[in-house]
Design a protein around this ligand. Structure first.
Ligand SMILES: [Zn+2]
Length: 285
């Protein structure tokens, strides 16, 4: 209930009105019960003195002022929403980061050590900067460790093993979480793949053309400069290795057709992975 009693223009030319409104303290009842002030002035409402209504003077806004007020209100509302949204995004990012770290992704990509004897050489691994990862139940290297190429490793980016979903409708930041079972399974698959029936390709001194996927690139320093080992995999899952000062213009996981000369057939590491060593490698498609 809101009733105008009178209106006037002040000396600055602004319009005012006096209105009578339902008391906002007692809701128009005129009294309070249970507020502890009953002993004072009976139980009459403190604000309206029991009259149920209150009188106030207020500005009569021009259309322009109303519009200005509304614009300001919307601006405040938008700002508040934006702040809330940004806070939520920050919170999700923090949760993602914590969850990534808790399963070992201190760097976005880690290298899981698949060597069968990693338990026996754990002291050595520790010295090389490897750390035990309880989620993968394996020793791992963080990206950037210079000893990665000394062991049989599986490169894994957190995106390959994470469960990713939008945490709220309309959010742009995705919630990244991990299932313990998925991580264990990942290692088992990697080991199975490693021990799988890999074969040597071709005969030594053969020139071959072959479709490959770039699996990994390692670098190491020698007295002649930095050398790089590229590991490829053919369509049957067989491994090829190329030792060179350069690398192909390929991203890890990218497919290409290469040509090269077979230099050697080598068993690698404790799992005796069969690797076909190439030389004079060029990308032809
Ligand atoms: Zn009242």
């Amino acid at each position: 209930m809101c009733k105008q009693l009178k209106s006037w223009i002040d000396e600055k030319g602004k319009a005012w009105e006096e209105v009578e409104e339902t008391c906002d303290r007692c809701g128009g009842a005129g009294f309070h019960i249970g507020n502890g002030w009953e002993h004072y002035n009976g139980s009459a409402c403190f604000k309206c003195d029991g009259k149920k209504y209150i009188r106030t003077n207020r500005r009569i806004l021009t259309d322009k002022e109303k519009q200005y007020k509304e614009t300001a209100r919307l601006k405040r509302e938008t700002k508040a929403k934006e702040t809330e949204f940004a806070d939520r995004m920050k919170r999700i990012e923090r949760m993602n980061s914590d969850d990534k770290k808790s399963v070992g992704f201190v760097t976005d990509t880690i290298y899981i050590i698949l060597d069968e004897n990693s338990f026996d050489i754990k002291e050595e691994l520790k010295l090389q900067g490897a750390r035990w990862n309880n989620s993968f139940r394996s020793w791992i290297f963080l990206e950037g460790n210079e000893n990665i190429e000394k062991y049989i490793t599986k490169r894994v980016n957190y995106l390959e093993v994470a469960d990713i979903c939008l945490s709220y409708e309309g959010d742009t930041v995705e919630r990244v979480s991990f299932e313990y079972a998925t991580l264990c399974e990942y290692v088992e698959n990697a080991k199975r793949e490693l021990l799988g029936d890999t074969e040597y390709i071709g005969t030594i001194a053969d020139k071959i053309e072959i479709k490959i996927t770039l699996e990994n690139v390692f670098s190491y320093d020698t007295q002649y400069g930095t050398m790089r080992i590229s590991i490829f995999k053919d369509e049957k899952g067989n491994f090829l290795k190329w030792n060179s000062k350069t690398t192909l213009d390929l991203e890890i996981g990218e497919v290409a057709i290469i040509k090269g000369t077979i230099k050697a057939h080598e068993e690698y590491g404790t799992t005796k992975q069969k690797q076909t060593v190439l030389t004079r490698v060029k990308m032809i498609g």
